[in-house]
Design a binder for this molecule. Structure first.
Ligand code: ATP
Ligand code: MG
Length: 424
C-alpha cells in the first residue's frame, strides 16, 4: 500500500482565517486511488518549518503532496525551500514564462520582475503546467519517493491534481483501489450499537479492512473500507452488520437523508402523510418538503403552537388540555389523529414537548417530548427525553418522528431508541 503525506503551507491556515479544504479534498482523491494519506502537516510560511516537514515526509511517505506558498509575493517561500532541500538552482521554465507574458499582454497589465519569478522552478523537477493560474506545479522524484508541489489556490490545485497528478499516480499504483461501503443507522446510540448489537467484529477485520463508526446529530454512519481486492471480506462484514442491526439501517448510501427514505417509501407505497407540530414548529414538514417529489405523499402540516390552535384546528378539547396539559400523551394522540383526518392523510404524526431551555417542571422537565402516531391500523404515542438545547431538541424530535414513520411503513417491530408505545 502506498502511503502519502501532505504538507499544507500558509500562515492563514494556522491563524484559522482559511480552512484547509485542500487537505481534505486531496485525501479524498488519494483514498479513491488506493493511496493512503497517513499524515497532514500544516506549517507556516517559514523556512525551518517547511524544511523540517519536507525531511519528515520524504523519509516516511512514498508520496508527499505540498500545497501553498508558490505565489509571487515575499511571503511565498516554498520554492526557496525546495532549492535548499534538493540543493538545486532556480531555472526559468520558458513555456510558463511565455504563457504568463501572453496573459499579461492580453489583459493589458504591466509585467513586473515578480511575475518573471513565477516561471522559475528548481532544476530537475518536472513542471506540471498550470492552465488556470501563473504558478506551475512541480513533480520531484528522488530515491523512489515522489514530491508533488502545487499552488495553494484551491481551484488551481484541483485542476493540477485532476489533469496532471492523479493520472500519473494512477499509473504508479496500478489497479489497486480503495472501496468504501456505507450503512446509515438511526434510533440507537453509538455504544449500544457497538457493544450490544453489532458486537465484536475483530474476526471480520484484517489488514486492509476497517470499520469506522461516524456518529452525527441524526444517527451513525458506518463506513467499511477495503483495500486491494478485499471486497469479498468487506461484503462479509457488511452482511454481518446488516443481520445484527438491520432494523436501524435506513440507507446503504452515504449521502441519503432519513427524510428522503421516508418520502420514497411513502410514494412507493402510496401512503400519504400529514403532521401536527407543536414543539417542532414545522420542522418535520420542512424536512419532508425539502425532498423533491414530496408533493406526491405529503398533505401538509398544522403548526399548532398555541393551545387555542390545538383546540380550534385540531379538536383537542379544552378539558383535555386542562386536565393533562399540552405536553401529554392524550394531546399527542388527538393531534396525530386530527392531522390525518383534517388533512386527509393515511398517517398523522404529532409532536408536543418542552423544547427549552426554560419552562420545565419536575413532572415535565425540559426536553420531554410526546410524539403521536396515527394510522387506520394503529395509533400510539411515545415520550422521549432529550436535552436542554432548544434547536437540538426540535431536530431530534423531527428525526425520531420520521424514523417512527419509516418503521411503521416497513412493518419493522420496535421503535427507535427503544421507545415504548402507549395508547389512550
Ligand atoms: P498563487 O501562486 O496562485 O498565489 P500560492 O501557492 O501562493 O498560489 P497561497 O498564496 O499559499 O498560494 O494561497 C493562495 C490562496 O489559496 C489564498 O487565498 C489561500 O487562503 C488559499 N489557500 C492556500 N492554501 C489553502 C488550503 N490548504 N486550503 C484552502 N485554501 C488554501
Ligand atoms: Mg500562502
Amino acid at each position: 500500500m502506498m502511503l502519502a503525506h501532505q504538507i499544507s503551507v500558509g500562515n492563514e491556515l494556522l491563524l484559522g482565517d482559511t480552512i484547509n479544504t485542500n487537505a481534505s479534498w486531496i485525501s479524498q482523491r488519494l483514498s479513491e486511488h488506493g493511496i493512503r494519506c497517513v499524515h497532514v502537516a500544516t506549517v507556516p510560511d517559514d523556512k525551518p518549518a517547511i524544511l523540517s516537514a519536507l525531511a519528515h515526509s520524504m523519509r516516511d511517505a512514498d508520496v508527499t503532496i505540498l500545497t501553498g506558498g508558490l505565489g509571487p509575493t515575499h511571503d511565498d517561500i516554498t520554492k526557496t525551500c525546495l532549492c535548499e532541500y534538493f540543493n538545486a538552482r532556480l531555472v526559468c521554465h520558458k513555456p510558463t514564462l511565455d504563457r504568463i507574458q501572453r496573459m499579461f499582454e492580453a489583459r493589458g497589465i504591466p509585467f513586473s520582475p515578480s511575475n518573471t519569478a513565477q516561471a522559475d522552478v528548481p532544476e530537475h523537477c518536472d513542471v506540471l503546467f498550470n492552465s488556470q493560474g501563473t504558478a506551475p506545479g512541480m513533480w520531484f522524484a528522488e530515491k523512489g519517493k515522489v514530491l508533488i508541489v502545487l499552488p495553494g489556490v484551491p481551484r488551481e490545485m484541483k485542476h493540477l491534481m485532476t489533469d496532471e497528478v492523479l493520472p500519473r499516480l494512477r499509473a504508479m499504483v496500478g489497479a489497486s483501489k480503495l472501496n468504501k461501503d456505507y450503512l446509515q443507522l438511526t434510533g440507537i446510540g453509538e455504544s449500544t450499537l457497538s457493544d450490544l448489537v453489532i458486537g465484536d467484529v475483530s474476526s471480520y477485520l484484517k489488514p486492509g479492512i476497517e470499520l469506522a463508526y461516524l456518529p452525527h446529530a441524526h444517527g451513525i454512519t458506518l463506513r467499511i473500507t477495503s483495500f486491494n481486492g478485499l471486497v469479498e471480506d468487506a461484503a462479509r462484514l457488511k452482511s454481518h452488520i446488516l443481520s445484527a442491526a438491520g432494523p436501524y439501517v435506513y440507507s446503504e448510501l452515504p449521502d441519503v437523508d432519513l427524510e428522503q427514505v421516508v418520502v420514497q417509501l411513502a410514494s412507493e407505497k402510496k401512503v400519504s402523510i400529514a403532521t401536527a407540530e407543536s414543539c417542532t414548529g414545522g420542522w418535520i414538514s420542512n424536512l419532508i418538503t425539502n425532498v423533491p417529489g414530496s408533493s406526491t405523499m405529503f398533505k401538509g402540516s398544522i403548526v399548532a403552537y398555541h393551545n387555542s390552535v390545538k383546540q380550534h384546528l385540531l379538536d383537542v378539547p379544552e378539558s383535555v388540555l386542562m386536565e393533562y396539559g399540552a405536553v401529554s400523551k392524550q394531546v399527542a394522540l388527538i393531534m396525530a389523529k386530527s392531522a390525518a383526518s383534517k388533512l386527509g392523510a393515511d398517517i398523522g404524526i404529532s409532536t408536543t414537548g418542552i423544547a427549552g431551555p426554560d419552562g420545565g417542571t419536575e413532572a415535565k422537565p425540559v426536553g420531554l417530548v410526546w410524539i403521536g402516531f396515527w394510522s387506520r391500523d394503529t395509533h400510539f404515542a411515545v415520550y422521549a427525553r432529550f436535552f436542554r438545547d432548544r434547536i437540538l431538541n426540535k431536530e431530534r424530535t423531527a428525526k425520531v418522528a420520521l424514523e417512527i414513520i419509516r418503521r411503521q411503513m416497513l412493518g419493522i417491530p420496535g421503535l427507535p431508541f427503544d421507545l415504548k408505545p402507549e395508547s389512550a
